[in-house]
Write a protein that binds this ligand. Structure first.
Ligand code: HEC
Length: 427
């Protein structure tokens, strides 16, 4: 609407609202994806831990069994030569038919089994001690670190490590407590029941678990992307609907506004519309130091037309006056019907002298109109005008009051000149 040049706060808000929703949704999706990936990684760790624990417990059981036997005899072979570190009576014996047997202690068996497990499943098991009988049983740096912690009372050590092969392993280690059966061979070193004799460490390769993790992560990413897109489409559709509703509302508001400033019969501005726009024009004129003329016009004899010819004819007369005024003035002038038979026009950027030209044109248009055949009344309009001097500014009220006064003077002159009833010509 012309004259109501406001930026549209609703549309701007809607955009902000849309981007906020998109941001919240995107952050939500990222958070959910992050949480799911974290959970997946945690579950890989739990799985690795469970596998390590099972492997550790199994080691322990085998070792306890063999320890309770006090060791087991196996035939001496390339794979199992006699253990030089095992110093007990009857380490090597010969069967009655000449087969040479040697005693295998638990650590020796564990070592062989661990070698097999490594070959077959890449599972590393290691039996170690800070004080080993067999020098090769010395701990590696991670194990040594863990062993020191055990001495301070820690019950287990767990972490993900890159081992010398360059591969990633889940490493797990627990202390190894001396039992009664161990003393057969370890009492010589001064160990007692309940002492920490050494440790078993188990290392589970992470790669198979990482592979599962990667495929799960890919699935999760695809699912989340899909969800994200669906959400965006939903937000888009919702916002579009809201925007359409807003547009309808704004259009209605504009229509209501234009209705509230329009005169329904003539389509001109009403009093409220005139005051609204004229005030703005006045401020403009004051700033630009430009002159303006305010015309007050009154349709003569409207009461007579209404009473004698009927209201329909009265309405026609008002519309006729409107047409004449519109033709007289320029499109940029503010023309209004103030109410009843009263009109007013505010013309911008003209000097006092120019106003004369408008009144002359108005009169000539009225005359042409009255020359038409079959007229039931003669059109007559009284006019008064006042000049707005930018050097000597005044208020709109003052301007209107003085134009009104002059118009009434003209009207009274006409009334004095012509008898009532026939007084409908402009002269
Ligand atoms: C039959 C004798 C024998 C018995 C029983 C035995 N061990 Fe050993 N143990 C050995 C010998 C010999 C070694 C060192 C050489 C090797 O690695 O085989 C050893 C090595 C170890 C090691 C590795 C570190 C090192 O000292 O080299 C640990 C730990 C260990 N034993 C703990 C135990 C525990 C705990 C028990 C009881 C559950 C036990 N052993 C029972 C003979 C035995």
């Amino acid at each position: 609407m012309k004259g109501r040049d406001m930026t549209n706060p609703w549309s701007a808000n809607l955009k902000k609202y849309l981007w906020t929703l998109v941001l919240i949704w995107t952050l939500g999706i990222i958070a959910s994806l992050g949480w799911n990936i974290y959970q997946q990684k945690q579950s890989s760790l739990s799985f690795a831990r469970a596998s390590a624990e099972i492997s550790y417990n199994k080691d322990l059981i085998y070792r306890r069994w063999i320890s309770k036997q006090g060791g087991v005899y196996v035939p001496v072979s390339e794979m199992t030569p006699a253990n030089p570190y095992l110093k007990v009576p009857n380490r090597d014996i010969m069967t009655s038919n000449g087969l040479l047997l040697t005693l295998v202690n638990p650590a020796y068996m564990t070592r062989q089994i661990n070698e097999l497990a490594m070959e077959m499943h890449d599972f590393h098991g290691h039996i170690t001690s800070l004080n080993p009988i067999r020098p090769e049983n010395l701990p590696d740096s991670w194990e040594a670190e863990a062993l020191k912690k055990f001495e301070r009372g820690t019950k287990e050590s767990v972490s993900i490590e890159i081992m010398t092969s360059g591969k990633e392993y889940f490493r797990f280690m627990r202390p190894f407590v001396t039992e009664k059966s161990c003393l057969k061979c370890h009492a010589v070193q001064g160990y007692k029941e309940g002492d920490i004799r050494g440790e078993i460490s188990v290392s589970i390769p992470m790669e198979p678990l990482r592979a599962i993790e990667r495929s799960r992560m890919a699935e999760l990413t695809i699912a989340h992307s899909f969800l994200w897109i669906i959400g965006l489409v939903g937000i888009g559709a919702g916002t579009k609907r809201l925007r359409n509703q807003t547009l309808v509302r704004e259009k209605l508001e504009e229509e209501l506004f234009s209705l509230s400033i329009t005169d329904s019969l003539t389509g001109l501005l009403n009093r409220r519309g005139f005051l609204f726009l004229a005030e703005q024009q006045l401020k403009l004129a004051e700033r630009n130091k430009s002159g303006m003329v305010l015309f007050f016009a009154d349709l003569d004899g409207l009461k007579w037309i209404n009473d004698t010819l009927g209201h329909e004819e009265g309405d026609k007369a008002l519309i006729e006056a409107t047409t004449v005024l519109k033709e007289t003035f320029r499109a940029s002038d503010i023309i209004a019907r103030l109410g009843g038979d009263e009109y007013s026009v505010l013309t911008a950027d003209i000097t006092e002298e120019n106003s004369e030209a408008f009144t002359t044109r108005l009169q000539s248009l009225i005359d042409t109109q009255n020359k038409q055949d079959n007229r039931r009344y003669r059109l007559s309009i009284s006019v008064g005008c006042s000049y707005y001097d930018p050097e000597n500014p005044c208020s709109l009220d003052e301007l209107m009051a003085s134009a009104d006064k002059l118009m009434y003077e003209q009207k009274n002159i006409k009334k004095g000149l012509l008898p009532q009833g026939a007084s409908l010509s402009s002269r």
